[in-house]
Design a protein around this ligand. Structure first.
Ligand code: SF4
Length: 886
């Protein structure tokens, strides 16, 4: 490894919005290990399985190392010139609003700042939006409506200090695992602390819940309006706080007037007794914290849902105090940092809006007379404009919209027809880079250098562990080079991330005078050394709060013109999507424990795919047992916008009529599993956030005549298969394949494989009656392909056994591997504990031999003793065999 550090380096995890600190430890030979940082306030030494596997991701996957122009490698200079000339040409012909940037919560704040400065400050368009629009835009809009600012009141310690923790639309055990572990630990220390989970699914997070409210999908605003109504009737108002610090209560109460418990029970499908229990707990506890995430935000009424939650906290004054508040948790590592610098199309930098005073202020600060004067296109609108041809050039940075945006196939077609698509990424092959005319190699985590802000307003340094590989550059360096080539001679002379950060910090305090929540002017004079040594610190950081600010609104003052918080009158509605066709199921989407976004990093680490190795559609067992369906069988899910094909699995935690599909899989990991193809581009009118957790779909069986387990060292054309998914394996990849009735398999497929070999040797075993075909194909000494086919999926070899074949050399005894070999003999089985690679078969054996709780399992097998993410699943396995749960 090309290290630039021989000393332990404190940096930050690049995945979720928890923003855990990471200690990279070096030895003489290079990077030795990655551990959770003991000093970081987000995690105090903990890491989840994704963070623990960061070292394995540093050199995995297909890095983009050189600029590419229409598929040809070029130098940095012609690449920069091509981008600049393309943007200038289109701006000259069609004006500045014909170009756009689409950014990412994976960028560092410094990258974001420069991108926003170029587009909004110098090109003169506000067409800058970000994938954070898909994650937390509704939370932002909700905060702005209520508090006058995109300002998260709480911090992570509040999770431990609260008496009632309400998890709304969050499977925290998988999506924010380190915070979940903090909740588990807090509940162990303070057993009286109650936890309520509000989620249509009974997820693994139920493990710590005292009460689960499995409400009807999308009915959250009815529930919280019902809570507001109840609290008002029960005289739970904080009269003094409301009088001094709030406005708009009467209208909010009037809007909630019809939400009595009976009506809420009808709308949400929740039992009235359970509802009243929840309401009574909210009323009866002084310290109440609502922790909400994508289950609330990703909705056509997400902003209203956020305000319905916030209203309850304002009514009771449960905000601005320890253990209290409405706490939105972001999915992405730097969603908040992006918002600080104006990464969303409807904001300027440093939390400024498009009012004339703010525009003028920015003009003077940046020394530019071209600052955009009105909001630009938000993500869905932006890609609609690309499709319509009004936006003719787009620069996409560090994100994969062909997988993540709704109506994803339409997005792909729009990009393929766009006049100029520039993509900067650290990965060469994604569904989006395939649409680009120009590719710019960006530095990834481990090479990047700058800052990120996590969900609790905590700014942390992301420090490099090695120099940039190949011709990769930081995103801000590419942007500055393009800006200068476009003719912007001033404003983009930055030579380090430090220079960008101090300008950003200075802007945050420029003519602020307490008007804007985001103020880190206390950091504007950092020297290079101070910036390098910057410790995690929560904004605001200014003259009044030089050491940062743990909690906002402690003085009852907000950021509205009259400094009062606003109640918002919320008129709840259920999701509106309809279809002219029979679509009896409701689709929900979300994240899995061991994967991140579109898998470009986590998907290349084999052990992170051992918990769930391929895409699935999960349904209630009674739905799975319907005629024609079955667990493990293929199904086609179809909405009005597209279809995907994935295997079906049974999940008793789902409501009847619901289907859950993970968001991660894309066309580099599976044939046809981009779930965003099914999602409509309906958005929340306030936030522009799409309704990613609701679509009406049909579910139909897909006939399979033959399943196959396939190991390959070479790239192979898999188009003939109805289904495939890929898992990286030693020296190559292994696949699960499914062939339909029209597929000429396996003979023609194996014949084609043989054609790719120089000195082929084929070892085979064929039982045509049973449909059992097994092939090993060697080239010279090396096993290059292994193919095992059977009509029954369960008759295929275990994944680990198949991967071990990579070691096999050509020999006269190779037939023994096929003949008489029990390929299905139990091995570890599916990994439950990814940290210590403990499989379900080992755990079941330990339970059968007397392990009675997860602690005993941990003592025997180490499972659950590192990040703890698998403990809920260990408990489920214990429960399945009737072991008392502890
Ligand atoms: Fe990274 Fe996991 Fe921490 Fe999220 S919880 S920041 S993914 S280590």
């Amino acid at each position: 490894m090309n290290s630039i550090s021989r000393h332990d380096t404190e940096t930050t995890c690049p995945y979720c919005g928890v923003g855990c600190g990471v200690s990279a430890q070096f030895s003489g030979a290079g990077l030795l290990s990655i551990k959770g940082s003991q000093q970081h306030p987000a995690n105090h030494g903990r890491l989840c399985v994704k963070g623990s596997a960061l070292k394995e991701t540093l050199d995995s996957g297909s890095r983009l190392l050189f600029p590419m122009l229409r598929g040809r490698r070029v130098g940095a200079t012609p690449a920069v010139k091509a981008v600049a000339d393309g943007f200038n040409r289109i701006i000259a012909r069609h004006g500045p609003d014909a170009v756009a940037f689409y950014l990412s919560g994976q960028l560092l704040t410094e990258d974001y700042y420069v991108a926003n400065k170029l587009m909004k400050g110098f090109i003169g368009s506000a067409n800058v939006d970000t994938n954070s629009r898909l994650c937390m835009a509704s939370a932002v809009a909700g905060y702005k409506r209520a508090f006058g600012a995109d300002a998260v009141p709480c911090n992570y310690e509040d999770l431990e200090q609260t008496d009632l923790l309400i998890l709304v639309g969050s499977n925290a055990a998988w999506t924010h695992p380190v915070l979940y572990q903090r909740m588990v630990a807090a509940k162990a220390v303070r057993p009286h602390m109650k936890i309520v989970l509000i989620d249509p699914r009974a997820t693994v997070t139920c493990d710590i819940a005292d009460l689960h409210l499995p409400l009807r999908p999308g009915s959250d605003a009815f529930l919280f309006n019902g809570l507001l109504h109840y609290l008002a009737r029960q005289e739970q108002r904080d009269v003094k706080f409301i009088a001094q610090s709030c406005t708009g209560l009467e209208a909010a109460l009037a809007a909630a007037n019809s939400c009595d418990p009976e009506s809420v029970s009808r709308q949400t499908g929740l039992d009235r007794t359970v509802l009243l229990q929840f309401f009574a707990w909210f009323a009866g506890n002084k310290r109440v914290l609502s922790f909400y995430s994508q289950g609330i935000n990703q909705s056509a009424t997400g902003t209203d849902k956020c305000n319905a939650i916030i209203n309850c906290h304002l009514l009771t004054g449960k905000i601005g105090k320890p253990g209290c508040g409405p706490f939105s948790i972001t999915g992405q590592p730097n969603a908040m940092g992006g918002r600080e610098v104006g990464g969303l199309a409807n904001q300027l930098a440093a939390h400024m809006d498009f009012d004339p005073v703010s525009v003028d202020r920015l003009k003077r600060f940046w020394g530019s007379d071209k600052v955009a004067t009105q909001p630009g296109l938000r993500a869905v609108e932006l890609f609609d404009a690309i499709e319509a041809g009004t936006v003719k050039a787009v620069w996409i940075m560090a994100t994969n919209p062909v997988v993540s945006l709704p109506e994803a196939e339409r997005i792909r077609k729009a990009l393929l027809a766009c006049e100029l698509v520039v993509v900067s990424d650290c990965v060469q092959r994604t569904d989006t880079t395939a649409c680009a005319h120009i590719l710019l190699p960006a530095t990834p985590w481990g090479e990047k250098d700058g800052t990120v802000t996590n969900s609790e307003r905590c700014i942390s340094r992301q420090r490099p562990l090695r120099v940039a590989t190949g011709e990769a550059r930081h995103d801000w360096q590419w942007i500055c080079a393009v800006a200068k080539e476009m003719g912007f001679s001033t404003g983009f002379d930055f030579t380090s991330s430090h220079e960008i950060f101090v300008e950003h910090a200075a802007l945050s305090g420029f003519e602020n005078e307490g008007q804007r929540a985001f103020d880190i002017s206390g950091l504007k004079s950092l020297t290079v050394q101070q910036y390098d040594r910057l410790k995690p610190i929560q904004w605001p950081v200014n003259a009044g709060n030089p050491a940062g600010t743990a909690r906002l609104f402690t003085d009852g003052k907000f950021f509205t013109p009259d400094r009062r918080a606003r109640f918002v009158a919320v008129e709840p509605t259920l999701p509106l999507e309809t279809s002219g066709k029979p679509r009896p199921f409701i689709l929900n989407t979300g994240r899995l424990r061991d994967q991140w976004h579109t898998m470009s990093r986590t998907g290349e680490v084999t052990r992170l795919l051992r918990h769930t190795e391929g895409p699935t559609a999960a349904m209630h067992p009674d739905d799975v047992s319907a005629p024609g369906l079955g667990s493990g069988e293929l199904v086609r899910l179809e909405s009005d916008h597209g279809s995907i094909v994935v295997p079906l699995v049974s999940d008793a935690g789902l409501r009847r009529g619901s289907v859950f599909v993970p968001i991660h899989w894309n066309e580099h990991f599976s044939a046809n599993a981009r779930v965003s193809k099914l999602i409509s581009s309906t958005v929340d009118p306030w936030s522009g956030q799409p309704e990613s957790k609701f679509a009406r779909i049909s579910v139909a069986p897909v006939p399979v005549t033959c399943w196959a387990a396939f190991y390959s060292r070479r790239e192979t054309d898999l188009q003939r298969f109805t289904y495939w998914h890929r898992v990286p394996a030693p020296g190559g990849n292994r696949f699960l394949l499914a062939a339909g009735p029209d597929c000429d398999f396996p003979e023609a497929f194996v014949h084609n494989l043989i054609q790719t070999l120089n000195a082929p040797e084929l070892v085979s075993l064929q039982d045509a009656t049973a449909g059992d075909y097994r092939y090993l194909l060697f080239d010279e000494d090396e096993l290059v392909y292994a193919v095992f086919c059977h009509p029954r999926r369960r008759a295929l070899p275990e994944p680990q056994w198949l991967e071990a074949l990579a070691q096999v050399k050509r020999s006269k005894d190779n037939w023994l591997l096929l003949s008489g070999q029990d390929l299905t003999r139990p091995e570890k089985g599916r990994l439950v504990c990814s940290c210590y690679e403990v499989g379900v078969n080992q755990i079941q054996a330990a339970i059968n031999s007397g392990a009675r709780d997860h602690v005993a399992l941990g003592n025997l097998l180490r499972c659950g003793t590192n990040c703890g993410s698998c403990i809920p699943e260990l408990k489920q396995l214990l429960q399945q065999v009737g072991t008392p749960i502890t």
